[in-house]
Design a protein around this ligand. Structure first.
Ligand code: NCD
Length: 311
């Protein structure tokens, strides 16, 4: 079991199945406070620093909301890229050491894979990875798990398709590595250029799970329980022409969803661009807005755990 108290959350790989179950249980206990139905002062007197070197709406604000809902406070800079001392050449461990002197925990996002771990090396307080380039996005995977559990109760036995930019999408990297702990069958749906990194596919094979790699959603839609769609990650392409060619490779509309199981749910970490048509928002299978809202109880749970306020 992971030692949550004082621990960093850098990669989903640091958790075993018991840890994942525990986080979901604590998140469920936070639900009434996340919704503002009751108040809770568990983190009164604690400060979270949000340190974002990349754009964010959901991740940053749900971390900040989570802290506020537990009676804590948030400090942050308007724009780390423009206004922090990193632009003067300060190293990430130094920045971590300093920010950790002003806060009790740090939530950080950065465009470079491995950079959050680097900052955590210098920090004396827990650091939570809010996305490191094409690397990991562990807190997103945890809220994805929470969303799936809320829907189905159980994760074992589900068939899950991950769709879109599986090469650069950090959410699907963390999600796939997390679902290894469950009895899940995978479909990876991506064009050749955006396939899941071989290292992750190998991990899944080694864990004895079935994974089928295909290029068309239509080839799995009637078989799956969860369709997890993702944005083509424009900002990570070296060649803009490749992005232009692939950006609309998948477009999910109501018509396509007609061939899905009655109980199938459609998830997406958001933001979406054109890969899910607005007409789908009222489809009974759409869960992406609820999914985003689940970020609050899950991040409340993580903050309470790493700050040692919940065992
Ligand atoms: C994702 C991210 O930042 O990786 N968004 C999020 O955190 N909900 C997905 C994306 O940007 O496409």
């Amino acid at each position: 079991m992971f030692e949550f108290n004082g621990g960093d959350i850098i990669s989903i790989k640091q958790f075993d199945r018991d840890d994942l179950e525990h986080i979901s249980e604590v998140a469920a206990s936070m639900e009434i406070y996340a919704q503002g139905k009751e108040t809770n002062d568990l983190l009164k007197g604690k400060i979270l620093a949000t340190v974002f070197f990349e754009p964010s709406t959901r991740t940053r604000l749900s971390f900040e909301s989570a802290m506020a809902r537990l009676g804590g406070k948030v400090i942050s800079t308007a724009d780390m890229v423009k206004f922090s001392s990193v632009t003067k050449g300060e190293s990430l461990p130094d920045t971590g050491r300093i920010i950790g002197g002003y806060a009790d925990a740090i939530a950080m996002r950065h465009p470079v894979k491995g950079s959050v771990a680097e900052l955590a090396e210098g920090s004396l307080v827990p650091v939570l990875n809010a996305g490191d380039g094409p690397g990991q996005h562990p807190t997103q995977a945890l809220l994805d798990l929470y969303t799936i559990k809320k829907e189905f109760g159980n994760v074992d036995g589900l068939k899950v398709a991950l769709v879109g930019d599986l090469k650069y999408g950090r959410t699907v990297h963390s999600l796939a590595e997390m679902l290894i702990h469950y009895d899940v069958e995978f479909y990876f749906v991506a064009p050749e250029e955006l396939k899941m990194p071989a290292s992750i596919t190998e991990e899944i094979n080694t864990a004895g799970k079935k994974v089928t790699e295909i290029e068309k959603i239509e080839d799995c839609i009637s078989d799956i329980d969860v369709l997890y769609d993702t944005r083509i990650q424009k900002e990570r392409f070296d060649d803009h022409n490749v992005y232009e060619r692939l950006k609309n490779v998948y477009q999910i509309g109501n018509k396509m969803l007609e061939s899905a199981k009655e109980t199938m749910i459609l998830m997406h970490p958001l933001p979406r661009v054109d890969e899910i048509l607005p007409e789908v928002d009222n489809n009974k299978r759409a869960r992406y807005f609820e999914q985003a809202i689940n970020g609050v109880p899950v991040r409340m749970a993580l903050l309470a755990l790493v700050l040692g306020k919940v065992k």
